[in-house]
Design a protein around this ligand. Structure first.
Ligand SMILES: Cc1ncc(C[n+]2csc(CCOP(=O)(O)OP(=O)(O)O)c2C)c(N)n1
Ligand code: SF4
Length: 348
């Protein structure tokens, strides 16, 4: 993955956290994603959240798979540890790394394709094992990196860039996670930082697997058939000497709205999604109620955002001990090979 360093000059009055660091100290390289991509807004939210929690960057491990979304760890916390795993296989790497050094804060950044298609089994088992990590799905309903094929989160009837209509029912990551016993389940929107940053902070503080599904629009899909300025039209009538591509810059989509309200958001391609911030009286500790709530609003074609379900009791320190999290104190901690063998032994 390409890495372009950012200049570190900043305003002398930028606020500092308790460690004396500014948000600039939590940045990474220059983003190479399309201008206006929702993933970059999530990166900004992550920087702000980790800075505000006064976490030293080197105490974080950034994990990802493959995809535009999986490139985002390069754009925050340049001093953190990190690994860009094979497509859909980040949860396994995170499980091993977390077992080897449980003291680090693990942040997994994945895509809907990475987590719900090729990596669905891995995603499910990381939840089942309650790997202690914040897991963010940057959900745009397509494989952005490979040019917009439908992912498993695409809704029935949604249209692709070239007009294909998706006929397969979507996999909802938050319903899946609640069903699998995940102790922290939330959904956000990349354009709503006010909601997203606290969710990220809460997820980082949660002891156990914390999922945040973030709706993160792919601006590359503004380019539809019928436009004389579309890539398809240009390729048909233009004979380029070399193959070049250009994704036009778009404005970041931002929204502000109250709890309990539904808000229609027009995306770059002219389609509309309806977001609903959970009601003030939603009880996130009741699993059955959370599932019912999600189902009711899904039927109304609304995307509910906010903290949907949390099980703090089981996930408090000293609570549920699952194999992936119970290696502290066994022989071999600090010795990655020993830890791996101990862990694998426990799974046989
Ligand atoms: C084993 C394997 N299969 C397929 C690919 C091709 N591939 C790269 S990224 C990607 C999908 C990425 O989609 P998503 O996770 O939704 O991320 P986005 O790019 O939309 O952020 C695919 C299929 C690959 N790199 N490796
Ligand atoms: S192709 Fe889509 S997901 Fe990838 S960087 Fe561009 S806008 Fe973002």
């Amino acid at each position: 993955m390409s890495f372009m360093t950012k200049p570190k000059i900043h305003h002398p009055n930028l606020p500092k956290n308790k460690l004396g660091l500014t948000t600039r100290d939590y940045e990474g390289g220059m983003s190479t994603l399309c201008a206006g991509c929702g993933h970059d807004s999530i990166t900004a939210g992550l920087i702000e959240a980790v800075w505000a929690l006064d976490i030293e960057p080197f105490r974080v491990a950034k994990m990802s798979g493959i995809g535009c979304s999986s490139k985002t760890p390069a754009y925050f916390l340049r001093e953190a540890h990190g690994i860009n795993a094979v497509h859909g296989r980040m949860p396994s790497i995170a499980t091993g790394a977390q077992a080897a050094n449980p003291e680090l804060h693990f942040i997994g950044v994945s895509g809907d394709g990475d987590s719900l298609n090729i990596g669905f089994g891995q995603f499910a088992h990381a939840i089942r094992r309650d790997v202690n990590m914040l897991y963010i799905i940057e959900n745009n309903g397509v494989y952005g990196l490979t040019k917009g094929q439908f992912s498993a989160s695409a809704d029935v009837g949604s249209k692709a860039k070239y007009g294909q209509v998706n006929e397969n029912p979507p996999i909802d990551p938050v319903l899946t996670a609640i069903t699998l016993g995940c102790g922290f389940v939330a959904r956000g929107f990349s354009g709503d930082k006010e909601q997203l940053i606290p969710l990220i902070q809460a997820g980082l503080k949660h002891n156990g697997f914390a999922l945040i599904d973030v709706i993160s629009p792919c601006v590359a899909f503004n380019d539809h058939q019928g436009s004389s300025k579309s890539y398809a039209h240009t390729r048909e009538f233009f004979h380029p000497a070399i193959h070049t591509d250009f994704i036009p810059p778009r404005e970041e989509i931002k929204v502000e709205y109250e709890k309990g309200r539904a808000m229609p958001i027009e995306l770059h391609d002219g389609s509309t999604i309806v977001l609903r911030k959970i009601d003030v009286d939603h009880e996130p500790t009741n699993r059955a109620a959370a599932i019912g709530y999600l189902e009711r609003h899904r039927e109304a074609q609304e995307i509910v955002t906010g903290l949907l379900y949390v099980n703090s009791e089981e996930h408090e320190e000293g609570g549920r001990k699952l194999p992936a999290r119970s290696l502290t104190g066994v022989d071999g901690v600090g010795d990655p090979v020993g830890v791996l063998e101990a862990f694998q032994g426990g799974c046989r």
